[in-house]
Design a protein around this ligand. Structure first.
Ligand SMILES: Cc1ncc(C[n+]2csc(CCOP(=O)(O)OP(=O)(O)O)c2C)c(N)n1
Ligand SMILES: *[C@@H]1O[C@H](CO)[C@@H](O)[C@H](O)[C@H]1NC(C)=O
Ligand SMILES: *[C@@H]1O[C@H](CO)[C@@H](O)[C@H](O)[C@H]1NC(C)=O
Ligand SMILES: *[C@@H]1O[C@H](CO)[C@@H](O)[C@H](O)[C@H]1NC(C)=O
Ligand SMILES: *[C@@H]1O[C@H](CO)[C@@H](O)[C@H](O)[C@H]1NC(C)=O
Length: 569
């Protein structure tokens, strides 16, 4: 075959595999079937086959968050492509590497504007859907030219990696079998834009500010994970030994068991003492990889004096009111790690923060919001993955104190409900490929579950066994009732969660599904062998009071209400 080249479809899969990808999400369709056939010829690449394209996009997103390499999904032009769009937008918002491959009509049909199924109206422009995704991708290409195809693939992969954002590859169905001669050298190279002078100046300023500081603190945020610098950030934080905080989105990047870890900093929606120590007592705040969205900043209530703040972004550094352009997160952290002189580091005498006061309902026999999140934290073990859905779970789980090596996944900024269920699938596949032990624990509200529940069928189909699905059943959208009044969204949920696994095909679904209402019932379940070393998917429905809220959600709503009253005056 090499004499005459390699089919374009096969070349694409070989290159995908070379990125470290082993599972490919998506839904088949006549415009991508031949492309999918070529996947079988690449060792170590498997087709997942999701229930729908939205789920495929969420699963690819979470796959990337766990493995670090891009998540990949394949869809069909229009119908499948557009269903995936919401998931791709989430990946774009939260800076996740996803490669979306779309099988399209043939180049001839496109040229002649034929009314092929999935096209839009009479005399259709077949490339119209491509324009729709331009706001949610860093790059795209059409594989409609054999001369440039390989270079286009490499360019798009490069941008996906460099910018840590989604990209699109459109593959017309008549191109898939055509032969290309793969180049023996990399067909595309673009050096990252780095300004070494600015970078060196930033590092010099940062080190001297650190040496001169009295009470420095570090905040670790989500872009550290998205831009694949978790290891180096951990090393730096360990070297510095300064008091360290996570944001809700950056949770689990820094091990929470270290004595220098002091919890979540979320503006005024932090536990007592945190805000004061970061904003008032500290004279230097080093903020790594920030995402300053509302729910990651306590509804924009962070107030760090500008002169005290060093923000290290993926491609620039901001110190006070100056910006150092084209200085990257990875190289800045690396340079700091090399150049810090530990003998000059301040040893801040950081006060112990007060413990959270026992909640008013601490003595409750039934399970409450004030109890469940920390209890889930202590149920976890090193190596587990914890996935939180938007809703009360996402507000409450920051309270969970995670053991070392637990990875926490949640979509805070984009916040599309339903994300967590397919994310659980993607995370589970990625973790298996890393040959690492551990359970995958999904915490999802009964309302959010309704959006993407079918993907549990894919977990069953693939015989994944180390998954524990915790359903927070408070009879619908409690978070919306908290915002808009208790009469909102009533009577929306009459699902029988205990029959879910069975319906979706699990042979032992009946014996692996339980419901609990009291703390005692919860304790009796989580010590069962099915929970300590699961050998099949478990479902645990936890019934909570309809209007019970985590304190963080109450606090954020109170702040937002106060702000809107102020603006109305
Ligand atoms: C795709 C999408 N649709 C609607 C919303 C608005 N929304 C945010 S949270 C939520 C309700 C979540 O309810 P549930 O999963 O039951 O969690 P609870 O707050 O009850 O714990 C809704 C509808 C959203 N964020 N995303
Ligand atoms: C393919 O790309 C090459 C290089 O840019 C160009 O010269 C050629 O005309 C293109 N072929 C087609 C069919 O568009
Ligand atoms: C920038 O910060 C410095 C030092 O904090 C201050 O003296 C200066 O006035 C600031 N400049 C602007 C434009 O805000
Ligand atoms: C965490 O993971 C690291 C790297 O795999 C390992 O060396 C360490 O022992 C783990 N810690 C725990 C508590 O399992
Ligand atoms: C909600 O359900 C309850 C119990 O089934 C019923 O009594 C009530 O009338 C319903 N309310 C609405 C608004 O449908």
């Amino acid at each position: 075959m090499s004499q005459h080249g390699v089919p374009l479809g096969l070349l694409l899969w070989r290159k995908i595999r070379a990125l470290g990808v082993q599972s490919v999400m998506g839904v088949p369709g006549d415009m991508n079937l031949e492309l999918l056939d070529y996947m079988k010829s690449v060792d170590g690449l498997r087709w997942v086959g999701n229930a729908n394209e939205l789920n495929a996009a969420y699963a690819a997103d979470a796959y990337c968050r766990i493995k670090g390499c891009p998540g990949v999904l394949v869809t069909t032009m229009g119908v499948g492509e557009l269903s995936a769009l919401n998931g791709i937008a989430g990946a774009y918002t939260e800076q996740v590497k996803v490669i979306h491959i779309v099988g399209t009509t043939s180049t001839t049909a496109q040229r002649n504007r034929l009314m092929i199924h999935h096209s839009l109206g009479p005399f259709p422009d077949h490339k119209v859907y491509e324009k729709i995704s331009q706001h949610v991708r860093a790059a795209h290409c059409w594989l409609d030219n054999l001369t440039t195809a390989e270079r286009d693939i490499d360019r798009v992969f490069h941008d996906c990696h460099e910018k840590s954002l989604p990209v699109y590859i459109f593959v017309p169905m008549d191109m898939v079998n055509l032969l290309v001669l793969p180049s023996s050298t990399p067909s595309f190279h673009r050096a990252p834009i780095v300004d070494y002078a600015d970078e060196a100046a930033a590092v010099a300023t940062i080190t001297s500010m650190i040496y001169e500081s009295r009470m420095p603190v570090v905040i670790v945020d989500a872009l550290v994970a998205r831009h694949n610098v978790i290891d180096i950030a951990r090393k730096l934080v360990h070297l510095l030994q300064f008091p360290t905080f996570s944001t809700s989105m950056g949770k689990s990047i820094i091990h929470e068991t270290h004595p220098y870890f002091h919890g979540i900093y979320n503006g005024q929606v932090s536990r007592p003492g945190v805000c004061h120590s970061v904003e008032t007592e500290s004279d230097l705040v080093i903020d790594l990889g920030p995402i300053l969205s509302d729910s990651n900043t306590g509804g924009f209530t962070r107030k760090i004096p500008e002169g005290n703040l060093i923000s290290i972004h993926p491609r620039c550094v901001k110190i006070g009111n100056s910006t150092y352009k084209h200085a990257g997160l990875a190289s800045i952290l690396g340079a700091l790690l090399r150049e810090i002189d530990t003998s000059k580091l301040p040893r801040p005498d950081f006060p112990d923060l007060p413990e959270i006061l026992p909640a008013k309902d601490a003595g409750s026999v039934t399970i409450t919001q004030s109890w469940i999140w920390r209890r889930i934290g202590s149920f976890l073990r090193p190596g587990d993955i914890l996935i939180a859905e938007s809703g009360t779970a996402q507000f409450g789980l920051p309270d969970a104190k995670l053991p070392e090596n637990v990875t926490y996944l949640t979509q805070v900024y984009y916040g599309s409900i339903g994300y967590s269920v397919p994310a659980c699938l993607g995370a589970c596949l990625a973790r298996a490929e890393q040959s690492r032990e551990g359970r995958v624990i999904l915490v999802v509200g009964d309302g959010s579950l309704q959006l993407t529940v079918q993907e549990i069928g894919t977990m069953i189909k693939l015989d994944l066994r180390n998954i524990i699905i915790i359903i927070i059943n408070n009879k619908g959208y409690t978070i919306e009732r908290a915002i808009h009044g208790p009469e909102e969204c009533k009577n929306m949920s009459f699902w029988n969660h205990l029959k879910m696994l069975e319906f979706l095909g699990a042979k032992n679904g009946k014996t692996c599904s339980r419901t609990v209402r009291t703390k005692k019932e919860f304790e009796d379940v989580v010590c069962l062998p099915g929970y300590t070393c699961p050998d099949s998917i478990q479902v645990l429905e936890i019934c909570l009071d309809v209007m019970d809220l985590p304190w963080q959600l109450e606090a954020q709503i109170a702040l937002i209400n106060a702000q809107s009253e102020e603006t109305q005056i």
